[in-house]
Design a protein around this ligand. Structure first.
Ligand code: ADP
Length: 873
């Protein structure tokens, strides 16, 4: 088969871009060929055509070059990688075929284009490094970078927690060694997995890449030690991939920050999902999540950082108080807060702007935005000077005004800036004498042309003679056909139109030369000056980056203060003791919604005295899930440094939050709902500590009632005896309320319900005590189940209850008589706890007891035991 030189070029490019779809620039179009064209036709609906016919027919699809962002965006969001092959020399100057090169490979995790990025969300590329023996690896290294801002982190984590870490980071792309299946398959749905050769994760290679990039001899300066080897490997793989795909400077990635899990509250993947911290469970969107509900940031940098704060709540008391103090100061000074927020409204995305400067992609407009942002700084700095809270003081200290670069930009840049630095109009008048001279020349030339037109009208007497310009002929004189007779002899004809003729004169051409070359020279000079400005910004990058970070932090504090004031939140007491006490708590998301009758606030109290396990019974739809979630969210918000939706809150720090709530999308993961429920429960029971907060919703619902009740029962016992963590357990099995009689740490709660005229009204109020009924049948009525079905259900319920309740009306469930006393816990928590029968036994004088008396005693004791063991007894 004959391959044209162009196709040869195409095939070479295709050879180096791996499995990426290749956009091949041809003139004003990007073309796709072969399988790429077919894929694009299939997923984007592009029209499939064919290059050449017959034997050489090649499937092809294309689009005009100015639609690049549009097509790129669609493919990236669908999880494809795209390589862009551009013409890298001017076609006019090319000898033979134009030279083309892959200028970058765009992947979901390496986006820098504003048009493809969500401004309020971070977009991370992650990498997972395994030690040599992968199957048995206890630990993995995980690194993650945001190409659009340069933030770069790395850490070592237990392999069992990898999914949790990836859920926390939520990267859009993850690099893994070839043939490894270390990342659980269900995560492949939301994260594009990119397989890289094993050497890319190797110790030597990774170390080299990092040292070369950061120009350091070792990585110890960043805080990485011997134990962090895997973190270094993962970071190396990230950088290596960026170098391969980006083909531009990566200077904005200035630092690699070690991530230490110990200073953050651990939240596993399932909990993160079910608490809907940053995305909703149903459609995975930000709208409807806790983050969207609490975000009052006015800058996108603030919004992104707030997302980070929420995803990584703190466990360090001092750090939590530092943030809380900062928020409080702003709450107490509303005028100051308002003023600062107004100033921040004029702040642009300094982080991403700077990253574009560093990677050589900044436009004149970008420099203008940086300049405008820097101009706000003196006012902001003045406002946060001499503040009380250490956080505001620290921010003030770190806020670098970057005055030199600001004045440099302000002096140089024009007021309205073009998108491209080649278009001219970047530099303002008065900044550069040479530029002003060239511009004067160009403008003067135009002036001359206007006068020339006037002069020629007079000379020829052709009133409608005019001087025009086009790209092909340059300046020309246009004379309509009616006046053709009066044309002087020195006019040289250049073009004939329908009604007119176009001419040039030597004089005109001479001036044209001057005007055009002055214009051209001015643009060239402007381009050079623009380059110098960009370099100057690059030199100050570290300072500007630090300032960007200060602005983001300030915006977060302001956002939390605004929310606190707007929603009437309180400052939580956060301390070391294992308590949880909330007065009039509200659910931070539901509280914002228009709920009929308003959201009903609720108290919560969990501690060793009043009970650390709250068992909430009540009908479905009563508000149990809402209540237990709200308690978890309030704890979490406090530890991110936020005020909380409550009248008062006293919260002992928790090390982990576990939420096992509802059955969600488990079926799509190919596991039965019940299996997932039990897997998650197993994790909680195996990893929770006595400092954790556990919320469980309807454990055991996925199996038969007896199975379910039994499991739920023993799970609560285990949490009580073996773990001793603060727990809220919502259930519609009211049989479980009997646990109270055998477990001193359990307290029964229920949701108040008003029955009225055969109807049930949910009051959404949590009150002490056990629910006495399961209201399922009433709820079924509410849902519109036919009355007949409902009546029959009532009959059946009565019958079942009479069979399964004892004479006292209590469920015949295994109670403490079948439980061996857990002396270990009872000793530790409440001191020795002896059964009264032992005392009676001691009192018996065996020598004085007849066999009959002995039997009678035995019978009496058995009866005591029986009575005591009966539920409610
Ligand atoms: P359950 O878990 O008991 O089945 P949910 O917690 O799902 O009930 O609550 C059901 C509905 O009741 C919620 O969607 C919400 O609209 C409403 N609700 C719950 N708690 C409250 C409350 N405290 N105040 C007002 N409405 C509430």
């Amino acid at each position: 088969m004959n391959v044209t030189p162009m196709m040869q070029q195409y095939l070479e490019a295709k050879g180096v871009c791996g499995d990426a779809i290749l956009f091949f620039r041809m003139g004003d179009f990007y073309e796709l060929f072969n399988d790429d064209a077919k894929t694009a036709a299939r997923v984007l609906g592009m029209t499939l055509t064919s290059r050449d016919k017959g034997e050489n027919a090649t499937p092809m699809a294309g689009f005009p070059h100015h639609q690049l962002d549009n097509y790129l965006g669609k493919l990236i969001h669908l999880g494809y990688r795209v390589a862009i092959c551009d013409q890298v020399e001017n076609p006019k100057e090319a000898k033979g075929i134009v030279r083309r090169e892959i200028t970058r490979i765009v992947t979901p995790g390496t986006l820098t284009d504003d048009a493809l990025l969500e401004p309020r969300e971070s977009n991370y590329l992650a990498a997972v490094a395994l030690p040599g023996k992968k199957e048995t690896a206890a630990e993995v290294g995980v690194a993650w970078v945001e190409m659009s801002t340069g933030r770069f982190f790395s850490g070592v984590f237990p392999t069992a927690r990898l999914a949790d870490q990836l859920a926390r980071i939520a990267p859009s792309e993850c690099l893994v060694p070839e043939e490894s299946n270390v990342v659980p398959t269900h995560l492949h749905e939301s994260i594009l997995m990119t397989y890289r050769p094993a050497w890319a994760f190797g110790k030597e290679g990774a170390g080299e890449v990092l040292k070369r990039h950061f120009e350091t001899m070792t990585l110890e300066g960043f805080g990485f030690g011997d134990q962090d080897q895997l973190a270094v490997c993962a970071a190396g793989a990230v950088l290596e991939y960026l170098e391969e795909t980006q083909r531009t400077s990566l200077l904005h990635i200035e630092r690699l920050t070690p991530y230490r899990a110990s200073s953050t509250l651990e939240i596993d993947e399932a909990t993160r999902r079910s608490l809907e911290l940053t995305r909703t469970m149903r459609d995975g969107r930000r709208d409807g999540s806790l983050l969207a509900a609490i975000d009052r940031c006015v800058t996108v940098m603030g919004s992104r950082l707030l997302g980070d704060w929420l995803s990584n709540p703190l466990t360090d008391l001092e750090e939590i108080h530092r943030r809380l103090d900062g928020v409080e100061e702003l709450v107490l000074e509303p005028a100051l807060a308002r003023d600062l927020r107004e100033s921040l409204k004029e702040v642009y995305d300094l982080e991403r702007l700077l990253a574009r400067v560093m990677t050589g992609r900044a436009s004149p407009r970008d420099l203008g935005y940086i300049c405008k942002t820097l101009e706000r700084l003196p006012h902001i700095k003045a406002k946060i000077t001499s503040r009380r809270s250490s956080m505001l003081r620290l921010l003030e200290e770190r806020l670098d005004l970057c005055s030199e670069i600001r004045s440099q930009l302000a002096e140089a840049l024009d007021d309205s800036l073009p998108l491209s630095p080649r278009d001219g109009g970047v530099i303002c008048t008065g900044f550069n004498a040479d530029l002003d001279h060239l511009r004067g020349l160009a403008a003067g030339g135009k002036q001359w042309i206007a006068e020339y037109q006037k002069q020629e009208i007079e000379r020829t007497g052709i009133a409608n003679l005019k001087v025009g310009f086009n790209k092909v002929f340059g300046y020309y004189l246009e004379v309509t056909n009616v006046n053709r007779e009066r044309i002087p002899t020195d006019y040289i004809r250049k073009q004939t139109l329908k009604n007119a003729e176009r001419y040039i004169t030597p004089e005109l051409k001479e001036y044209e030369e001057k005007v055009l070359s002055a214009d051209e020279k001015a643009k060239d000079l402007e381009y050079e000056l623009f380059g110098q400005l960009r370099d100057a910004v690059q030199l100050d990058a570290k300072r500007i980056q630090q300032t960007a970070d200060v602005l983001a932090n300030l915006d977060c504090l302001l956002s939390l203060a605004e929310l606190a004031r707007e929603r009437n939140y309180c400052r939580p007491q956060v301390g070391e003791s294992a308590v949880l006490r909330i007065l009039d708590g509200r659910h931070p998301v539901l509280d914002l919604k228009e709920i009929e009758g308003g959201f009903v606030p609720n108290d919560a109290q969990l501690d060793s005295e009043s009970g650390f396990i709250g068992l909430i019974t009540g009908p479905n739809m009563a508000g149990k899930s809402t209540y237990i979630r709200q308690v978890a969210l309030i704890s979490l918000m406090a530890q991110m440094g936020s005020f909380v939706p409550a009248r008062e809150a006293d919260l002992g720090i928790v090390d982990r939050i576990f939420a096992r709530v509802g059955a969600s999308d488990e079926l799509s993961r190919g596991q039965s709902t019940f299996m997932v429920e039990m897997t998650e429960t197993a994790r909680i029971l195996n990893t929770a500590t006595n400092r954790s907060l556990v919320i469980l919703d309807e454990i055991g619902r996925g199996t038969s009632t007896y199975d379910g009740v039994s499991l739920a029962w023993s799970i609560v016992e285990y949490l009580h005896d073996k773990i001793g963590c603060r727990t809220l357990f919502a259930t519609h099995y009211h049989e479980l309320t009997d646990l109270r009689s055998s477990l001193p740490g359990v307290v029964n709660l229920n949701v108040a319900v008003k029955e009225w005229d055969d109807k049930v009204i949910f009051l959404h109020k949590i009150v002490p005590g056990a629910a006495d009924k399961s209201y399922g049948i009433y709820v079924a009525r509410l849902a519109g189940v036919p009355r007949e079905v409902n009546e029959r259900a009532k009959q059946i319920l009565n019958q079942l209850e009479s069979e399964h309740l004892d004479s006292g009306g209590n469920a015949k469930i295994a109670s403490k008589k079948e439980r061996r006393p857990k002396t270990d816990l009872q000793l530790s928590l409440f001191g020795p706890h002896e059964h009264p029968l032992l005392e009676k036994l001691r009192e018996v004088d065996v020598d004085e007891t007849t066999p009959l008396q002995a039997l009678q005693l035995l019978q009496a004791w058995k009866k005591d035991l029986h009575d005591e063991g009966a539920p409610g007894g």
